[in-house]
Design a protein around this ligand. Structure first.
Ligand code: NAD
Length: 478
């Protein structure tokens, strides 16, 4: 049965001002999951006004008091983690194991922010004027957070935690495709004692995001989503010089050199492509393999990929749930058909699996060879379980291919040669990178992209600092 959900306006559940709602569908079945209040421009204005009013006294609270609220919030998330993981799986189709991991990340991100509250510091600067010259970090004011559907509650924590602990207030707009866990996340903030007005959760489509970006009282926009939307936000934010952090798309490469532990590559590298059914900004959707080990690596990588189980995302043994929608599955299949028409070869996958509900956007892990670097499938973000395999002959060629897209988010270098790992990691243009690993996204370390993958950094102390402005203060000592 579909549930009915209201906005979290200034900390309290409220219908939208004009009474409008929209429907959220379950990706695994296509069935209606919830009817959700659709925030209007009036709701955006009310939420921002409440955030402006609440901000000063929130910032005036002792840092340890703000941190304590975040720790209580994390406690409440942990207490309901399994329920929230199931709800996230139902709203965005990630497997239950993936959702549990994201719930772990949600409370860990809140706790990281809480514990970092007294580690965001200014400096004292030597000067010839005989006084104290120093910097201090001050909150920006109201932060608008706009999130994507593929990790909604963890992204909410990644954005709201650092903003709130540094004394800002937040208006968060979750994706219209998966707003449900974010709404409960907002309830839990109130339950944890976050004062009224400090956090609103406003579901709705891009029009709600645009209203936030254009609101003059918003000081900063932190956005996760596609490059096209990020460009629109940057243009609209320019007229009021809002501080911007844009976490955008990717087309990352896994580069496999002949001297790598190839058995390990074949066993684990597919996970960095097919996790979240390929709907991951960091997905290694290009596999660059040295020509001397090309056949061997494709064979092993494809064998591991073909074994991954596509199915009910609530089943513990499932590796890939459905894509976010049937339309997205059809778009992904369109990429495969187009590349095959252009000479690519499907080694494994390339089809809908049989025997799963018609309303779900199922697609099997797909490995494509014969891909030319200029093909659309090798240049654009497919956001589905499709990897483009391209051979290379030299280290220089591998680096050139890795850099040969508009994106620069993530990637993996697989090699047993330390000097090569250092050389190549210096030359690959990306915000984060892993050597002999699938993972370069850690909540303690800066995360973000270069080129068209974004601006600014989330996570780590950099993620907190992005919510502050440096003020320089001179105190005369003469
Ligand atoms: P999207 O850009 O369609 O939507 C993202 C959010 O922006 C949604 O909440 C949407 O309603 C809102 N929005 C849409 N138009 C807007 C506008 N004009 N102004 C303001 N807000 C607007 O992206 P998506 O389909 O939800 O997510 C998939 C994309 O997100 C992929 O490109 C993926 O790579 C990217 N992503 C990036 C990261 C990262 O950290 N770099 C992480 C996850 C996802």
């Amino acid at each position: 049965m579909a549930t009915s959900e209201q906005l979290v306006l200034a900390g309290t559940r409220t219908p939208s001002a004009d009474g409008k709602t929209f429907t959220v569908y379950e990706p695994a079945t296509g069935a209606e999951l919830a009817e959700v209040a659709y925030a209007s421009v009036e709701d955006v204005d009310r939420a921002v006004a409440a955030a402006v009013t609440a901000q000063e006294s929130w910032a005036d609270q002792a840092p340890s008091a703000r941190a304590a609220v975040l720790h209580r919030w994390a406690d409440l998330v942990e207490a309901r983690a399994e329920e929230l993981a199931v709800l996230q799986t139902r709203e965005n189709g990630l497997t239950i194991r993936e959702s549990r991991g994201m719930l772990w990340a949600t409370s860990a991100l809140l706790r990281y922010s809480a514990d970092a509250v007294d580690k965001i510091v200014g400096e004292t600067i030597p000067n010839d004027a005989g006084g104290l010259l120093m910097t201090q970090r001050e909150p920006l004011g109201v932060v608008a957070a706009i999130t994507a559907w593929n990790a909604p509650i963890a992204m909410a924590a990644q954005k709201a935690g650092p903003a709130l602990v540094t004394g800002n207030t937040v208006v968060l707009k979750p994706s219209e495709l998966a707003p449900l866990t974010s709404l409960i996340f907002g309830d839990l903030a109130s339950e944890a004692g976050l004062p009224e007005g400090c956090l609103s959760i406003l579901p709705g489509d891009g029009s709600v995001g645009r209203a936030l970006v254009e609101n003059r009282a918003v000081a900063r926009v932190t956005f996760t989503g596609s490059t096209a939307t990020g460009q629109d936000i940057a243009l609209r934010a320019a007229s009021t010089f809002k501080r911007l952090t844009l976490e955008l798309g990717g087309k990352s490469a896994a580069i496999v050199f002949a001297d790598a532990d190839l058995d390990r590559v074949c066993a684990v590298a597919p996970e960095a492509m097919f996790g979240l059914a390929g709907q991951d900004c960091c997905a290694r959707s290009r596999l660059l393999i040295h020509e001397s080990v090309y056949d061997q690596v494709i064979e092993g990588y494809a064998r591991t990929s073909a074994r991954l189980k596509v199915g009910d995302p609530l089943d513990e043994t499932t590796d890939l749930g459905p894509l976010i929608s049937v339309a997205q599955r059809d778009r992904v299949h369109g990429f495969v058909e187009e590349s095959v028409a252009d000479g690519a070869v499907v080694v494994t996958g390339g089809a809908k699996p049989a025997g799963l509900p018609e309303g779900g956007g199922w697609y099997v892990p797909t490995v494509l060879t014969g891909v030319r670097p200029d093909m659309r499938v090798a240049q654009e973000e497919v956001f589905g379980p499709v990897v483009s395999v391209i051979p290379f002959a030299t280290e220089e060629e591998a680096i050139r291919l890795a850099n040969d897209t508009q994106y620069g988010l993530s990637g993996s270098i697989w090699t047993g040669n330390i000097a090569r790992a250092i050389r190549v990691s210096r030359k690959v243009k990306s915000g984060v990178l892993a050597v002999n690993s699938n993972t370069s996204n850690y909540l303690q370390a800066p995360f973000g992209g270069v080129k068209q993958s974004g601006i600014g950094r989330a996570n780590g102390l950099a993620g907190l600092e992005a919510n502050t402005e440096l003020k320089t203060l001179f105190m005369d000592g003469t």
